[in-house]
Design a protein around this ligand. Structure first.
Ligand SMILES: Cc1cc2nc3c(=O)[nH]c(=O)nc-3n(C[C@H](O)[C@H](O)[C@H](O)COP(=O)(O)OP(=O)(O)OC[C@H]3O[C@@H](n4cnc5c(N)ncnc54)[C@H](O)[C@@H]3O)c2cc1C
Length: 583
């Protein structure tokens, strides 16, 4: 089959049209003479950022009598991370949050308002007043459609600044030589034509990989493409063992019920009607951090206090009253009525933990520049931001509202840095056959004779859910590593039904499964390697945090396609020494 290849040249290419990609693109395109393109497999405003509900964190102090400070926000974030976040990066996150929220407001973002007309703020898990005294109101929100509003606002700014959009183009290869960026290769989904984007700088902002698991809040498109592409090119991934399982997904469906419900006063109850979080987290209760609550829910279920003997507990918001629910949580009420026939103003919502957020990913510095190793060598011209990146501001467990914040803070910084870099740099010449490797991969999938992608995907999700979720231990982890490796081998002969050129989603779904399998391999091997418990990574056979041995970031390189090589980077600690974490 002959494949047509077109070549483009752009100063800066952003891969991903979610909140972080668009934030980077706005700040790139505002710089003079930087031709900027955004490549996105989805139409940008369909990106997962648009589903983010609850809020974006910033210490504006609009709603608590004590006010707020970026230092309290920083402390909460570091504690939430179980002391694994790099504190220099967290400081940047929390300080820059404040002016960025006002900047978004000036761009036109319609935040909900206090009666005095200020940006409204609500409570969210792990965010406190005065270093842990009591829950604080720090999450700025636009009803329960905060991500939607951020995405629309940034998209309009991109249009205003003449960003070029390549919508429904899927990037399938990164071109780098000797730690220097050459560009990316993408497939135009509509036509099947391959496009080589020769670029001085490339930013990856492709979002997460929650589709490794059976029950997840993540859209079907969250398949870890960037993580897999850079890993296959010999570049490292960082802290992949840390994957957040959010406490409240709709039972059996995984659709997220925002923490904002608990922020507004909703409580979790077991089959006895007991508000069980009072036992697990006496101060913060239902607003403890997510790892703590997800473990508590599983323990309640394990001890026989699931609702109706099933694998769920209740999230009770009935006492909030219909008016509050309809005004502050309209989409949540709508999801519950539509998908499970429950009206949250009348009945509690049945919930179970749901795979939600990748704390690890492509290692970067605070300007989004990609690291080639744990020593901090940079890959010139390659950047990453948003969920697929690991700066690291979330460490072992992310606080709610800090992802939307991460997108815009580090999206902006990466965009600014990339523009300056591209203005000064020359193009690195393309290799002889730039699309060769991409074509080879697609042809292999077209000719495969083994199992269908759906079968391999089910097996991967089952083993990841069973052994690499909230509770982990040997020998389950060994089993998971062996199983995922077996699936990666079977994937080499994966079979598809549709071999046509145009709009071939069959081949792209198979390609995405390959990416997920690499993310699963990296996650399972890293989880097996880290013999302690920290944040979202809980080892039943090593239940204690072990700072002496493990207060460090995991780096993983893939060698010869299969062998995982580990190295470690020290955690940057500036203000807050590690302490025991209680809520
Ligand atoms: C249901 C839900 C609710 C959430 N609520 C909150 C909240 O209230 N507060 C909060 O802080 N966080 C929240 N989060 C987390 C947060 O929304 C995400 O982490 C964040 O939106 C990710 O943004 P992103 O820009 O990194 O990627 P995304 O928004 O996921 O966008 C990824 C982009 O990459 C593109 N892409 C992917 N692969 C390719 C490829 N190979 N080629 C080309 N393009 C590609 C896609 O087309 C898409 O445009 C929530 C998450 C979910 C799932």
């Amino acid at each position: 089959m002959s494949t047509r290849v077109e070549i483009h040249q752009l100063d800066a290419v952003v891969v991903g049209g979610g909140g972080s990609g668009l934030a980077a693109a706005v700040y790139l395109a505002r710089q003079p003479n930087i031709r900027t393109g955004v490549i996105s497999k989805l139409y940008p405003t369909r990106s997962h950022t648009g589903t983010a509900q609850g809020g974006v964190g910033a210490a504006l102090g609009n709603c608590d009598p004590e006010g707020d400070s970026w230092e309290w926000h920083m402390f909460d974030t570091v504690k939430g991370s179980d002391y694994l976040a790099d504190q220099d990066a967290v400081e940047v996150l929390c300080k820059e949050a404040i002016d960025l929220i006002y900047e978004l407001e000036h761009m036109g973002l319609p935040f909900s308002r206090t009666p005095e007309g200020r940006i409204a703020q609500r409570r969210f898990g792990g965010h406190t007043v005065n270093f842990g005294e009591k829950p604080s109101r720090r999450a700025c929100y636009a009803a329960d459609r905060t991500g939607h509003m951020i995405l629309q606002t940034l998209y309009q700014q991109c249009i205003k600044h003449s960003v070029e959009f390549y919508d429904e183009y899927q990037v399938i290869d990164l071109l780098v030589e000797g730690n220097r960026c050459q560009g990316v290769v993408a497939i135009e989904i509509d036509t099947g034509v391959l496009h080589v984007f020769h670029a001085k700088a490339v930013l990856f902002a492709t979002g997460g990989w929650g589709r490794m698991f059976e029950i997840t809040s993540n859209a079907v498109t969250l398949t870890g493409d960037a993580a897999a592409l850079v890993w296959r090119r010999g570049l490292p991934l960082e802290d992949m063992e840390f994957f957040q399982i959010h406490p409240t997904g709709i039972y059996k469906l995984g659709i997220l019920i925002t923490e904002g419900v608990r922020g507004e006063g909703g409580v979790l109850r077991n089959s006895e009607g007991e508000r069980f979080m009072e036992r697990y987290a006496p101060t913060m209760k239902d607003l403890a951090s997510r790892d703590v609550i997800s473990r508590a829910i599983y323990l309640e279920i394990k001890e026989g206090r699931g609702i109706g003997g099933k694998g769920c507990v209740n999230l009770d918001a009935t006492h909030l009253g219909r008016e509050v629910i309809e005004e502050k949580l309209p989409d949540i009420a709508d999801f519950c009525r539509t998908y499970i026939g429950v009206d949250p103003a009348v009945d509690p919502m049945p919930v179970q933990p749901t795979a939600h957020y990748a704390m690890g990913g492509l290692p970067t510095d605070v300007d989004g520049c990609l690291l080639a190793d744990a020593e901090g060598t940079l890959v010139d011209g390659v950047y990453s931001s948003g969920e697929c990146a690991c700066v690291s501001v979330h460490g072992a467990n992310r606080l709610g509202t800090n992802s939307l914040l991460d997108l815009i803070v580090f999206g902006r910084r990466a965009g600014l840095h990339m523009g300056a870099y591209a203005a000064a740099a020359d193009y690195v010449p393309l290799p002889d056959d730039p699309a060769g490797r991409a074509i080879e991969q697609l042809e292999r999938i077209r000719k495969g004779k083994g199992d269908r992608a759906a079968i391999l995907r089910d097996e991967m999700q089952a083993v990841m859910t069973e052994h690499v979720s909230v509770f982990r231990e040997e020998p389950g982890l060994s089993e998971a590593v062996a199983k995922v490796q077996e699936l990666r081998e079977r994937f080499r002969d994966v079979k598809i039904d549709d071999t046509s050129e145009r709009f071939n989603l069959d081949i792209l779904e198979a390609f995405e499964l390959g990416c997920l399998l690499d993310c699963a391999y990296s996650t399972a091997t890293a989880a097996q390697n880290r013999t302690e418990s920290r944040g979202a990574h809980y080892r039943e056979d090593y239940p204690k945090r072990n700072d002496e041995q493990w207060l460090k970031h995991t780096f993983q390189h893939l060698r010869n396609g299969d062998k995982v090589e580990f190295s470690y980077k020290p955690v940057t600690i500036t203000r807050y020494q590690p302490k025991e974490r209680v809520y």
